[in-house]
Design a protein around this ligand. Structure first.
Ligand code: SAH
Ligand code: SF4
Ligand code: F3S
Length: 491
């Protein structure tokens, strides 16, 4: 493959040029201020401490992007707020992967029209994968002229200058790049609460599955340099984070563009960083998941034994139409390698039903594969045509009712398997990371197993964000119930 030579630049160095021209420098408190001590956000809004709110749709990569957006906002002097009613800036970080995700975000943009009418001084920005689709920009220009700022996935590190333009311009400010001309390191981040952190290792996707919009919205694959990833993980460990999840649309192709390093090497190196207890990664592509990578997981006790291996379909001809690059037999060989090397592993997957021209026979092969592998969990989707992808142009004689029926049958099968696999754990004892109070019931705490199962335990405030052991007492389809037997002392 032709190597992409993408320059690497540091965020603060890059931002300093723009900022110093406007008379701002990075203060000791990490906020860009002018000579009189006024923050950039105050200069933009005229308010002492303006507040910024955001919404995020989509995958963990979008969640990580939002953490970087918030990191930048904090450095500009914005306070974070989860109340849109009082926010001076509202950012919507959108997802385009399926029609439903797109519709949610567009619905939210429609709803915010009223707020903009009532408070025209609020700055409304839309970014993320959806804005990388030209039809979204055309739609927002026509139907949502009240959106002040539209930017994409490749220029989110330009937030300071994008905001300056949006405050200055009368008309809607639109700035979308089709590719990333450079990799920006040392982006500031406001991480979620707790001891778990996301770390991007590779951006973009070169796989071009025929149904998928992601290569359009995220561009060509670009790996971060191993030293940059390790430096970030070391910094996280020093800040008290104990679990990292390495992120990419296809983590297994990490290093293709660098030449002398692959995902197994990086995973092993991250697993050696002192202070990091658990290492996870998502998402994997079965085609690029080598046996050496499976062995790396087996050999490093800190790498969690959870394999998310999206198969999409059990039919070889559908896999070919999807351009997945593996056959059912190839996939089952990978599953076999996982079971041999990591016998206790949880295996999860993504499945699409109702791909154009999928027949009942194709679908039954998916059902058979699901039963044969015995997934611990599966994310199941009805095929959603995405503008600009090859599959969206194909004839599709399968009626919508049949697609829905296939999704229901697949879910019924998988729910039974998930439940049985959970039931098999009742009576066992497993290592968990306790999160904190569950959203629904303060008397219940949630905890995660190494295999990423959710365990509900009786509330115990001193256990939040600690590692411990839980005895599993009952199983449901999605969750386990358990008792905390032991909680480690804090770090
Ligand atoms: N890079 C990851 C996943 C990206 S999107 C991978 O290749 O596995 C997450 C999941 O959304 C995909 O695995 C797929 O199952 C689903 N998906 C993507 N595009 C879709 C579409 N057009 N219709 C329905 N499901 C889709
Ligand atoms: Fe989309 Fe396929 Fe890339 Fe996953 S591997 S992001 S499904 S194109
Ligand atoms: Fe959605 Fe973009 Fe992620 S399309 S799934 S937010 S990469």
């Amino acid at each position: 493959m032709q190597r992409l030579e993408i320059p690497v630049v540091s965020y603060n160095t890059r931002t300093a040029g723009f900022m110093s021209a406007l008379g701002f420098g990075l203060g000791a408190d990490g906020v860009w201020r002018d000579a009189s001590g006024c923050s950039f956000a105050t200069a933009l809004t005229g308010k002492q401490t303006p507040a910024a709110a955001s919404r995020t749709w989509g995958c963990q990569m979008n969640v990580a992007d939002s953490e970087n957006l918030h990191g930048q906002l904090q450095a500009l002097g914005y306070a974070a707020s989860d109340d849109e009613a009082v926010a001076d800036l509202i950012l919507l970080n959108t997802c385009a992967v399926r029609g439903t995700a797109a519709a949610h975000a567009l619905g939210e943009i429609g709803r915010l029209k009223q707020l903009k009418l009532e408070r025209p001084d609020v700055l409304l920005g839309v970014c993320g994968c959806l804005t990388q689709m030209p039809e979204t920009v055309a739609y927002l220009r026509e139907h949502a002229p009240y959106v002040d700022l539209i930017f994409g996935t490749h220029n989110l590190h330009d937030l300071p200058s994008l905001l300056a333009r949006a405050y200055r311009d009368e008309a809607q400010t639109v700035d979308i790049w089709s590719q990333a001309p450079e990799t920006v390191e040392h982006l500031p981040a406001v991480r979620g609460a707790g001891v778990r952190a996301w770390v991007n290792i590779i951006y973009g996707c070169d796989k071009y599955c025929t149904y998928c919009i992601v290569p359009t919205t995220r561009g060509r694959e670009r790996s971060r340099r191993p030293g940059d990833v390790l430096a970030e993980v070391e910094g996280l460990a020093a800040a008290g984070f104990q679990e990292v999840t390495l992120l990419g649309q296809n983590v297994n192709s990490y290093g293709h563009d660098l030449g002398d390093v692959d995902f197994a090497d990086l995973l092993a190196a991250v697993a050696e960083v002192p202070g990091i207890r658990w290492v996870r990664y998502t998402t994997s592509h079965p085609r690029d998941f080598t046996e050496r990578m499976v062995r790396t997981v087996a050999e490093h006790p800190r790498i969690c034994e959870h394999f998310h291996l999206p198969v999409q379909s059990g039919s070889d001809r559908v896999l070919r139409w999807m351009n997945r690059g593996y056959t059912r037999a190839d996939y089952l060989r990978l599953i076999d390698a996982v079971r041999r090397h990591v016998p206790d592993a949880a295996i999860t997957t993504d499945l699409i039903v109702g791909f154009p021209r999928e027949t009942e026979a194709d679908f039954e092969q998916t059902l058979e594969l699901v039963a044969e592998v015995g997934y611990d969990n599966a994310f199941t989707f009805q095929y959603s045509p995405r503008a600009g992808t090859p599959a969206a142009r194909w004839e599709d004689p399968v009626p919508a009712g049949i697609k829905k029926d296939r999704l229901d049958r697949l879910n019924a099968l998988q729910y039974g398997i998930s439940r049985r696999r959970n039931e098999a754990l009742v009576g066992s004892d497993c290592e968990v990371l306790v999160e904190g109070a569950s959203r629904k019931d303060p008397e219940v705490f949630t905890a995660r197993t190494r295999t990423n199962r959710l365990v509900l335990v009786p509330a115990r405030p001193d256990a939040a964000q600690r590692f411990g052991r839980a005895r599993i007492t009952a199983a449901q389809t999605w969750t386990l119930r358990g008792e905390l037997e032991h909680v480690e002392a804090g770090a």
